[in-house]
Each structure stands twice: as C-alpha cells, then as structure tokens.
Design a protein around this ligand. Structure first.
Ligand SMILES: [Zn+2]
Length: 171
C-alpha cells in the first residue's frame, strides 16, 4: 500500500474513532499528538510509523499479545504520550528530526534517558550510547551521538538544558 493510501486509511480510522460519543480526552490528546508529529516526519519515516502502527494493531487483534515495537516507534510513542499530558508540557520541542530517526533505525546501541543527553538551548532530548570510558565517576557514562543539536545547533550534554534554565533563574 502506498503512503498516501495509508495516511488516508489512518485518517479514516481517526474520523471513525472521533464519531464515537465518548472518546476519552486523554486518548484524543494522544491521537492529536500522533497526527501532529507524523506530519513533521519525512515520507519515509512517516511510512515506517504507519506500517508499524498497523502491524501492532493487527498483531494485538489476532493474538491478544503485545507487539514488539522498534526504537523509532517507541520514541515516537513516548513523545506523543508526554505531549498528551497537559501538566507535563515543558517548553521543549515536540519533534523527532530526520537525523534522530535515522540513528534510531540504524544504531542498535542508541538509547534515550530523560536529561542525560539534551540540547542546552532548546531542550530537545537526544539519543546517546553507553560509554566504556570511566573517567567521570558518579555520573552515568554516556557518549552523545550528536555533538550539536540537529534542530537548533545548540551544545548537547548531560542535563545541559536543566543546568542552563537554573543558571537563568539565578541570574
Ligand atoms: Zn536544540
């Protein structure tokens, strides 16, 4: 199935689901976030997310068991979950740039941990790898995958955004 047909089908599903009288507001917020983030992706990455969403639903309907999702899907999903919680909204970009998608597809060692690898300027969370280098005792050993932020060019590192916010509020 082509991408356009898939998007059409997904929109149809979304339209059908909003016709139900009692859609939970949280799920509505989640689907709105899903749709908004999907529109920012490249055709290729959006196609992967849609294919996986279809496979995941189909698998669950057939077997009643959870589908083992990819890192790209997991990251996409957790950004949508965070966006769906109004109280959790922070002044951070709701974005999954193409370069980050590529890393999630290609690098099995890439992982996310809140704050461990973030842009000092815009707060975008970025993937890192566990580091074998033990020269900084007392903090997680990580290697950032991106030396600078693919969105804004800011410096990237361990709680860099939080530290900068704190420094701003002190001065
Ligand atoms: Zn940034």
């Amino acid at each position: 199935m082509g991408l356009e047909k898939r998007v059409e089908r997904l929109e149809q599903l979304a339209a059908e689901s909003t016709e139900e009288p009692e859609i939970d507001p949280w799920w509505q917020a989640y689907y709105d976030a899903f749709d908004a983030l999907l529109r920012t992706l490249s055709d290729e990455h959006a196609g992967l997310i849609i294919a996986e969403e279809e496979a995941r639903r189909g698998h669950y309907e057939r077997t009643g068991e959870l589908y083992r999702t990819s890192k790209l899907y997991d990251r996409f999903h957790s950004l949508c979950i965070a966006q769906a919680q109004p109280q959790e909204r922070r002044p951070r970009p709701f974005a999954l740039p193409p370069a980050v998608c590529d890393v999630l597809i290609e690098d099995p060692e890439a992982e996310f941990q809140m704050g461990w690898c973030e842009c000092a300027d815009c707060g975008l969370s970025l993937p890192h790898k566990k580091s074998a280098d033990l020269k900084l005792p007392g903090r997680p050993q990580i290697d950032p995958i991106f030396p600078t932020c693919p969105l804004c060019g800011g410096r990237v590192g361990y709680f860099f955004f939080s530290i900068k916010q704190q420094q701003r509020s002190i001065t």
